[in-house]
Design a protein around this ligand. Structure first.
Ligand code: SAM
Length: 252
């Protein structure tokens, strides 16, 4: 089974929570204005462009392994001088200079080998450099319950699964082993209201093919089961709640 690329258009249309989450952090970060910044798993680049706007004398590079996302990001922000996008993953990026700040929003839960990635991030930071990550801080129970169903377990092999969410308790020791000084970790119970099952289905369809490796038809069935499981017992707008981990750490 081959892994599908992301649908950049679908992502753009159904990623309001991600845009708001990343941009709120960027809005409050005390930029000097001359930093060199890396955004890992930049997706369609909208949050990366917000960072570029904070850097009159600096620049930002967005990396993402998805060809569709990188094409979309490059197309959207062609005219922004201090912003560039490169196709690379958290596991395989390489630069011959270091960064003042490395951020990653809603992407590192797709990393399976966190130790390797944290090592790369640490060496890519300047001394004093800061690492900020927002990612799934564990599994959403209603989603995990669908993954655990026998018929899906038979169809989704562990090797095909791209899922590496970490709780705060799991991620902190990894950061410490990687040499980071932890400044702050927070786990939030992040809730989102969806107007309809269709809205919720659109959200699931953004990530299900990538995480599971299932084909289009099976991804749709799987996503529908997730929707039914989350919507169970709810009337009107549907509330979906999942743990979200925020981390700020530093290379001393
Ligand atoms: C939910 S999107 C988030 C995009 C963007 N950061 C945002 O906040 O809108 C997740 C992104 O993570 C990327 N991704 C998946 N696996 C990755 C990996 N191993 N390394 C870096 N990025 C990865 C995907 O290609 C996708 O663009």
């Amino acid at each position: 089974m081959s892994k599908k690329d992301w649908d950049a258009q679908q992502y753009k249309e159904h990623s309001e929570p991600q845009q708001e989450g990343g941009q709120a952090i960027i809005a409050h970060y005390p930029f000097r204005g001359d930093e060199v910044v890396l955004d890992i798993g930049c997706g369609d680049g909208r949050t990366t462009a917000e960072i570029a706007a904070k850097l009159p004398d600096g620049n930002v590079i967005g990396i993402d392994p998805s060809p569709a996302m990188i094409t979309e990001a490059q197309k959207s922000f062609l005219s922004v001088q201090n912003l560039s996008f490169i196709q690379a993953s958290a596991e395989d990026f390489a630069f011959d200079f270091q960064f003042d700040l490395i951020v990653s929003f809603f992407a590192l839960h797709y990393v399976v080998d966190h130790q390797t990635v944290l090592k790369k991030i640490y060496s890519a930071l300047k001394p004093g450099g800061v690492f900020i990550v927002v990612m799934a801080g564990g599994d959403q129970p209603e989603v995990a319950e669908v993954f655990a169903r026998e018929k899906w377990k038979a169809l989704i092999s562990e090797q095909e699964m791209v899922w590496g969410a970490k709780t705060e308790g799991e991620y902190r020791p990894l950061l410490e082993q990687g040499g980071f000084e932890i400044i702050e970790t927070v786990t939030q119970s992040a809730s989102r209201l969806y107007d309809s099952k269709e809205d919720l289905l659109n959200w699931a369809l953004v990530w299900v093919p990538y995480v599971t490796g299932l084909d289009e038809e099976k991804s749709l069935q799987f996503s529908q089961e997730i929707v039914e499981n989350i919507a169970k017992g709810q009337k009107g707008a549907i509330k979906s709640t999942s743990p979200l981990l925020y981390v700020k750490a530093q290379k001393l």
